[in-house]
Design a binder for this molecule. Structure first.
Ligand code: PEP
Ligand code: MN
Length: 344
């Protein structure tokens, strides 16, 4: 951080600022300009706590230089991280696919979706047992029974299970059944929930908030990591814009930005990102081309009968086609040496 002093700041004013910096165990460096002086703070800015230099005499403004997130930042961790979820590696160069219905509706529906996902080459089964629905009258999920079906489907197929946790109270329950905890878009800044999943001992899939900036998203990851859990994977799922044709606007530039700003892997969810099954395949391919570490795709044995998100769910046949394309695209990129720039 640098503190820009008023042109009329006195030597006492500068001394007072330096004293505050030293009191917090940090170093100060004064830079003389022609009209103005600037005080640089050297060291970990977190030590400053809530100090507001702006309220001190002779201070014009402050400018943050380093990022407020440290653990999630590539600055302090140049090597890309590979996150191991019960033996499946996310971020090692092979795209990982998480597929399944929006919601767990019944044992039969889930098992069918799991079998289809497994046969097509997905590594994860997704499905919500606790659904964050806009209307309280919409299907809310099977709750713990849904978690039990997910665990049974894992036994049956060997797929890893990722499922959403919507409340702090449910964290331990969901962690007892799932391999990976999903924090949904609507909870991305539920700081109590972020801290709780940070303590739960399971990897976390952190979806981007509906209106979250990248900085807010990265700081949400920081909350989880700050509790001692380094295993966080981002999931871009579209943001709200003025466009109404699609459910959300899928921000694929976030893949490149997150890869530059963070060492953590990022996957893309073109289902919630577009809200339209027809757009899932092209956006899935684009995500892989952009360097995403994987995909989350909603697929339902019978989308027309889905209790939630049917319009964006792929049929098993379409899902198979997406998987075939993703495999070919990824193999082609590898064989041709097409590698998105990451840390540069
Ligand atoms: C989901 O993946 O089921 C879901 C509700 O997604 P999002 O939080 O991105 O809306
Ligand atoms: Mn859904």
């Amino acid at each position: 951080m640098v503190i820009i002093m008023d042109p009329g700041a006195t030597a006492e004013n500068i001394k007072a600022v330096i004293n505050v910096i030293h009191d917090k165990g940090l170093e100060a460096k004064v830079m003389e300009g022609t009209d103005q002086r600037i005080v640089g703070v050297i060291g970990d800015k977190r030590k400053l706590g809530d100090v507001t230099f702006e309220s001190m005499k002779g201070v014009e403004t402050t400018v943050a230089i380093s990022k407020s997130y440290k653990l999630a930042s590539r600055e302090f961790h140049p090597q890309s991280s590979v996150i191991d979820v019960a033996g499946v590696k996310i971020g090692d160069g092979e795209p990982v696919v998480m597929s399944g219905p929006c919601a767990v509706e019944s044992r039969e529906q889930l098992f069918e979706a799991a079998d289809i996902g497994k046969a097509a080459g997905a590594q994860f089964l997704r499905g919500g047992a606790y659904k964050p629905r806009t209307s309280p009258y919409s299907f809310q999920g099977l709750e713990e029974q849904g978690l039990k079906y997910l665990a049974e489907a894992r036994e049956r197929t060997g797929l890893r299970v990722v499922t959403e946790v919507t409340t702090v109270e449910a964290v331990d329950r969901v962690a007892a059944y799932a391999d990976m905890l999903q924090v949904g878009a609507r909870n991305m800044q539920n700081f109590g929930l972020l801290k709780a999943v940070g303590k739960a001992g399971k990897p976390v899939l952190l979806k981007r908030g509906l209106a979250a900036t990248l900085n807010e998203w990265l700081n949400a990851a920081e909350y989880i990591m700050n509790e001692g859990n380094p295993n966080v994977v981002f999931c871009e799922r579209g943001i709200r814009t003025y466009e109404t044709y699609t459910r959300n606007t899928l921000d694929l530039s976030a893949v490149a930005a997150i890869k530059h700003l963070s060492h953590l892997p990022i996957i893309v969810d073109p289902s919630h990102g577009t809200g339209k099954w027809r757009m899932v395949q092209p956006m899935a391919f684009a995500a892989i081309a952009a360097g995403a570490d994987g995909l989350m795709i909603e697929m339902h044995p019978q989308p027309e009968k889905a209790l939630s998100d049917g319009p964006q769910s792929l049929t098993p046949e379409h899902f198979q086609r997406v998987m075939d394309g993703v495999k070919k695209l990824s193999a082609f990129m590898k064989s041709e040496g097409i590698e998105p720039m990451e840390a540069e």
